[in-house]
Write a protein that binds this ligand. Structure first.
Ligand code: C5P
Length: 276
């Protein structure tokens, strides 16, 4: 049995640069990952099996084209593997929430299958499968702080800030990424500044926040709430929302804000964690 973590992805910054003829958007984004996420377990088995458990398992019931299964099919096709697998997904991340849960699950599946079948982690075919599965899947395959260009799939290394305390909150809303991108105002968000990762993040934006807040005003409410927390360094929405996050100076400040989130907004999903 091979277990791989599917860490939640954050967009510390996301500048949309242009609409493309293929329906996607050219962007530059700063991906980071946190010490909290789903987990994928894979083992060889006589018959294919797929099971999901965890807080958000119900959201996936009846989903025919789950990204985990698409990743497994693509992996077996590309590497000519006839062996069937039993896969278990522990779903701890809310779905359609801007923190790349599905993409991270697909990437963790690819990493687990690569380990099981002796495929090198840097095999170009693995990265091509990730690219085909979705714009965020290559970053999730890397699962480390990285700059994404193109659709988000062209990766450039940048030093991370591991240990930075993070509070994630989601007001319980699922939003459609496609619809939010369609509402982008068309103004080129420009390049990211250069410098240490947290400074880059603090000096940039998420250009999908205005359209997301338009569709789901509760996102604006959670941003405003996070900004009032003691010891907060920066507050931002991740991806196309609705999950928002705050970076803190200290783990104590982060834990205190987490306690307040649970007390004042018991209906929110809230997790205190750290960047990896
Ligand atoms: O690549 P992925 O399937 O995750 O993208 C989901 C949707 O998000 C796309 O169909 C597209 O509408 C939008 N998208 C975009 N530009 C990107 C990434 C995603 O317009 N760079």
């Amino acid at each position: 049995m091979i277990v791989e973590q599917a860490r939640a992805k954050l967009n510390l910054a996301l500048h949309v640069r242009a609409r493309r003829a293929d329906g996607y958007h050219e962007l530059v984004t700063l991906f980071a990952f946190v010490d909290h996420g789903d987990a994928v377990s894979v083992k060889a088995s006589d018959a294919p099996a797929f099971a999901v458990s965890g807080d958000f398992a119900d959201a996936l019931v009846g989903e025919a084209d789950n990204l985990v299964l698409r990743a497994e099919h693509a992996f077996c096709a590309v590497f000519g593997i006839a062996q069937t697998h039993a896969i278990h997904l522990e779903k701890r991340l809310p779905v359609a929430s801007g923190i790349g849960g599905g993409s991270a699950d697909a990437a963790a599946t690819l990493r687990a299958l690569a380990r099981l079948h002796g495929i090198a982690a840097d095999d170009a075919r693995l990265w091509q499968i990730a690219d085909d599965l979705g714009s965020d899947v290559p970053a999730c395959l890397a699962s480390t702080t990285v700059i994404g260009k193109g659709r988000g799939e062209k990766l450039q290394p940048i030093a991370g800030a591991p240990g930075t305390p993070v509070l994630l909150v989601n007001p319980g809303i699922a939003v459609s990424t496609g619809e939010i991108f369609r509402r982008w105002d068309g103004a080129d968000g420009g390049a990211l500044p250069s410098g240490p990762v947290i400074e880059v993040a603090m000096a940039s934006r998420n250009d999908l926040y205005p359209p997301a807040r338009e569709i789901a005003p509760a996102i604006g409410d959670s941003i405003a709430w996070l900004e009032t927390m003691a010891g907060v360094r920066m507050v931002r929405m991740s991806g196309s929302g609705a999950t928002c996050f705050a970076l803190f100076d200290t783990a104590d400040d982060c834990a205190a804000a987490h306690r307040r989130a649970r007390a004042e907004h018991p209906d929110w999903w809230a997790v205190a964690t750290q960047l990896v």
